[in-house]
Design a protein around this ligand. Structure first.
Ligand code: FMN
Length: 195
């Protein structure tokens, strides 16, 4: 009897732990969710900002922009050099502001551009500033060619959380110019992870 009860308990746990990311094939236009969601994003040229705005609108989520205290150069080449040096040094640059009452959120979507095969260093400053235990962290990125280790690195930086599969939206544009062409891809992903 004891064995049967513990088997039932284990099965229930398995079902409950899957439910954060289960598949929803209905594809409803307005997403109803009782979860409190934060979209925390970093964006330099605007692609990730536009994607983050769209995701937040669909989910009725709050947004928080991760901004390095000392701004990066607005020129592409100098910015890439700064970012490269920062990555190679493993820096955790100071960021502006704080999320008000992080404890209220069940789900945190972390949306970033790929910078030198991973997330920009201020994103790790952000991820290391809060306790994400008991929350579901969902990685998302935009990139010129692909995610490299970015999605995995966000998962690794939040070891006490549950996770759902992320996606990488690839674009050769800057400034969020073609992000409206990516809505179907984002909708499909949201549906696949249960929203
Ligand atoms: C500093 C820097 C490094 C980048 N490194 C990569 C990279 O390693 N792989 C990649 O596919 N794209 C890379 N890109 C391109 C960006 O990931 C891509 O343009 C992204 O959509 C920009 O997002 P944003 O407009 O929100 O800043 C890099 C861009 C910058 C500025």
């Amino acid at each position: 009897m004891k064995k049967i009860l513990s088997l039932i308990a284990v099965s229930l746990l398995a079902v409950l732990s899957l439910s954060a990311c289960n598949s929803n094939k209905e594809g409803a236009k307005k997403i109803e969710t009782n979860k409190k969601i934060l979209v925390a994003y970093f964006s330099w040229s605007g692609n990730t900002r536009e994607a983050a705005k769209y995701i937040a609108e669909r989910l009725g989520a709050d947004m928080f922009e991760i901004v390095r205290e000392k701004p990066y150069s607005t020129e592409y080449e100098p910015c890439t050099e700064e970012a490269k040096a920062e990555k190679e040094a493993g820096d955790r640059p100071a960021i502006k502001g704080k999320v008000e009452n992080m404890a209220q959120y069940d789900v945190v979507i972390v949306a970033v551009p790929v910078w030198w095969y991973t997330a920009p260093m201020p994103v790790y400053t952000f991820l290391e500033s809060y306790d994400f235990k008991g929350k579901t962290v969902i990685p998302f990125c935009t990139a010129y060619s692909g995610p490299s280790s970015t999605l995995d690195d966000i998962v690794k930086a939040t070891p006490n959380s549950d996770h759902c599969d992320g996606i990488c939206v690839v674009t050769q544009e800057q400034g969020g110019k073609d992000m409206d062409k990516k809505h179907d891809e984002i909708d499909k992903w949201l549906s696949d992870i249960g929203f």
